[in-house]
Structures are given as C-alpha cells and as structure tokens.
Design a protein. Sequence first.
Length: 202
Amino acid sequence: MSITFSVSGNKALPKGVELLLWPLQQGQAAGRLMPKLRKLSFGGAWAQAELMAVHDRRYPPFVGVIGLGGSADSLARQAEGLRRGLGKLVQEGRRHSLRTIGIDLRGRVEATNVLAEAAVEAVELANYRFTEYVPRLQREQAARGIRRVILLVDANQQRAVRLALTRAQTILRGVQLALHLVNQPASAVSPRFLVETTRSIV
C-alpha cells in the first residue's frame, strides 16, 4: 500500500490530519503545548521524540514533537535527527491506527528541502512491511499503515519542496525494490526472477 504525499502552503491545517508533527530545535517555543512538553521533559534534544494526545479543537487528536538538536548542529545532522525521531513517531501512529499525518516545516526557509526529503524517507521506511506471503500481515498493514502525509511549508517554498519530494520518492522506489528482493525467500529469487525484475524497471 503506497503513501500519498502532498505539499501545502496554506496557513490553516488541512482537514483530516490526525497526527501533527513538529520538528523543533533546542529551546524553540511550541506555543500552547509548552506546558505538556515540560511535563514530558522535552527540550528539543537530537532525535528526541514525544507523542501527545491533545484535547484541544485547535489541534488534531495527536501531536508529536521531534528534536533537531541545537542551532550549532549541521543541517545534515538535523535531518538525521528528524529521520530517527519521525521513524519512532510513525510506529506510534501506526499503533493508534492514525492514517493521515501533517509535518510542519514552516519557518525553515534554508532547511525546508533537506528536511522534507528526510521526512519522506523516514515515513516510507518506517511504514514499510514485507507482507507478500502472510495474509495476516497484509490485513494488519491495510488496517494500520499510514496512507497520507501532508508537508506543511511556507507558500514560497512549495515548488522547491515538490521537486525535493519527487527526488526522494524516486530514490525510495529503488530502496523499496531492494528491500522487497532481500526479504524474498531464497526459493523465490531464481535467476529468471531477477532477470524479469530487472527488465520490469529498465
């Protein structure tokens, strides 16, 4: 089951988002959620991730925060922190059968593209399951798999983020093919199977 990704430059949160994710640097304010974050001892440390149930109509039912580390951390390190933290929260979201995720990347003009690519990679890989031969796993993936991800960005970043999204998805198709082949039983991966698979992607 594939995930549908989209990019939104609207200020309002799109309808249907069940889990809103915020990447935050150390010391960055989080508005009305700050009291909850203090209770969770969340300070934006690198790859730290926390999921909260929120009973407030201004937010979706669940909100997650991911630590990017300090402002002195390189963009590459922040992106890796986002991958790791987001991977944890996608697993949590699956346990709650949350299907639609919003990832708020607004206000990160210089880093938006890099963080958007990292977010797409994290969600796709955390949501991946090899289910080909097990009906029970197929049913579970159908019931719990993430179906939709909306990248929330500044309006002037939409085009660049869509290009980054296309690039990330192209790379991930190859990664997922490799995962699919690696997880096949040895009896299925015959020379003919490999030749046919190669021909199908050329």
